[in-house]
Design a protein around this ligand. Structure first.
Ligand code: FES
Length: 237
């Protein structure tokens, strides 16, 4: 399965993220940066996003990766003092090489569970898996597509019966996830296929959406694994 890269302009504008060894993310190209806040429906399920603070950023800026900066979301050098271990341990195979599939009558769901950022958009109306299994029903199909499209991490990707990937087109940008319903802060949501390079020079697969750890505690760095909820990470602290 091919992955969609919606942000075709990202290379032209030289948007780029460089991960530094035991240090911050260096963002170049003036990538737009804003808070992205998880919304809830009347039943308490994650549904929809709201934009929060929009940052006025220079061409190059550094985003904290250790979770200890006193000037979040930006790095203030605290990673030195805290002896941050930012070792990147994530599987470097492509999404399609790692993914497992659930095949429904109208949709196929591919997923890599370890990429889950615990944003919980997949839990509404049953859950995305059970909706896919009933995807011959138009309403089930519609909600499944909506849920998968709201997932920030790209853990879940849907395809139609012809094998075409169904994804929202996300403009190249960085969202700082604020999980208001849970009361904590989430990962760095990289949207639109921005090239991302590891500390040792590896080019991660360019994907339409990925979530990078910013609490410093993921066991699947550089990606988020939901650890921010366990450690009760707050970007305001
Ligand atoms: S990465 Fe530098 S302060 Fe967190």
């Amino acid at each position: 399965m091919d992955n969609v890269i919606a942000g075709q302009g990202s290379d032209e504008k030289e948007y780029r993220i460089k991960i530094t060894r035991n240090g911050p993310y260096i963002v170049t190209g003036g990538v737009p940066l804003s808070e992205q806040i998880i919304c809830q429906d009347s039943e308490g399920h994650s549904h929809g996003w709201r934009e929060g603070k929009v940052f006025d950023v220079p061409n190059t800026y550094t985003l904290c990766r250790c979770g200890k900066s006193k000037n979040k979301p930006f790095c203030d050098g605290s990673h030195f003092r805290s002896d941050f271990d930012g070792t990147e341990t994530a599987n470097r195979a492509t999404f399609s090489a790692q993914s497992v599939e659930v095949v429904g009558p109208g949709l196929t769901l591919s997923e890599v569970p370890v990429l889950c950022a615990e944003a919980r958009f997949c839990q509404r109306a049953g859950d995305t898996w059970s909706l896919v299994k009933r995807s011959d029903d138009q309403e089930c199909r519609r909600i499944a597509i909506e849920e998968a499209g709201e997932c920030p991490s790209g853990r879940i990707v849907l395809k139609d019966k012809n094998g075409n990937i169904i994804e929202p087109e996300l403009p190249p940008s960085i969202g700082l996830v604020e999980d208001e319903p849970a009361g904590f802060s989430g990962p760095i949501w990289v949207r639109g296929g921005i090239p991302t390079e590891s500390a040792d020079g590896f080019e991660y697969e360019q994907r339409n959406r990925v979530t990078l750890c910013r609490c410093g505690h993921s066991k699947n760095k550089p990606f988020c694994d939901g650890s921010h909820l366990e450690i009760k990470f707050k970007s305001s602290e």
